[in-house]
Design a binder for this molecule. Structure first.
Ligand code: GAR
Length: 217
């Protein structure tokens, strides 16, 4: 039985499209049963419709600071769709600890940095200001703290001296689109095990890969 997944978005939805595309494969262990946006004007909604995925809008603005009120409506929609797993894809709203606890081990997020470095806003600007030579993206389980939680998968890119936040973001987003479907595949096929703050992956290989930056020869 395929696991039933809802993707939560607030904007462009390119990670959502990557997940939807991956889930079209007959052997993918999850199906995308809904794309839910907290903004009616999210461009990703149209992309989801075009891909034939049902969309739901639950505007969060009218709820103001009433997070629990918003989440009650969200939870009803998730129940109606019999959702097993949630993927956040640029979903720009914080959850209450209660909602996060309810979805413990069943909700993933993606963030465009090598966490725990550079959580929050402007991760690429933070990376450039720190002068790191490698950056990347992280898929992690959601916990109450923002952009934190057991790390499922990471992908790295080199950072060049003349990178801007835009050029770095363009390189990192291609990594995001590769690792998010793979992380969801692992979760949906039962290959992930949470051990406290850590996520262990059954059968992970490739211990010897290295990425060195800058290359000096
Ligand atoms: C992605 O880069 C994602 O990693 C980031 O928002 C972007 C959404 O793009 N998420 C965060 O920064 C979470 N703190 P998308 O709508 O095209 O997938």
């Amino acid at each position: 039985m395929k696991r039933r997944v809802a993707i939560l978005i607030s904007g462009r939805g390119s990670n959502m499209v990557a997940l939807v595309e991956a889930a079209k494969a007959v052997d993918f262990p999850a199906e995308i049963v809904a794309v839910i946006s907290n903004r009616a004007d999210a461009p990703g909604l149209q992309r989801a419709s075009e891909a034939g995925v049902p969309t739901i809008v639950i505007e969060s603005k009218p709820f103001g600071k009433d997070r629990a009120g918003f989440e009650a409506v969200l939870q009803r929609a998730l129940d109606e769709k019999q959702v097993d797993l949630i993927c956040l894809g640029g979903f720009m709203r914080l959850f209450t600890a209660e909602f996060v606890q309810r979805w413990h081990g069943r909700m993933l997020n993606i963030h465009p940095s090598l966490l725990p470095s550079f959580p929050g806003l402007d991760p690429h600007g933070q990376a450039l200001r720190a002068g790191v030579k490698l950056s990347g993206a992280t898929v992690h389980f959601v916990i109450p703290e923002t952009d934190a939680g057991p790390i499922v998968m990471q992908g790295a890119v080199t950072v060049a001296d003349d990178d801007t936040a835009e050029t770095l973001a363009a390189r990192v987003i291609t990594i995001e689109h590769r690792i998010y479907p793979e992380a969801l595949r692992l979760l949906a096929s039962g290959k992930l095990k949470l051990e406290g703050d850590l996520c262990k992956v059954a059968g992970s290989a490739d211990r010897d890969a290295t990425l060195i930056s800058p290359r000096t020869i």
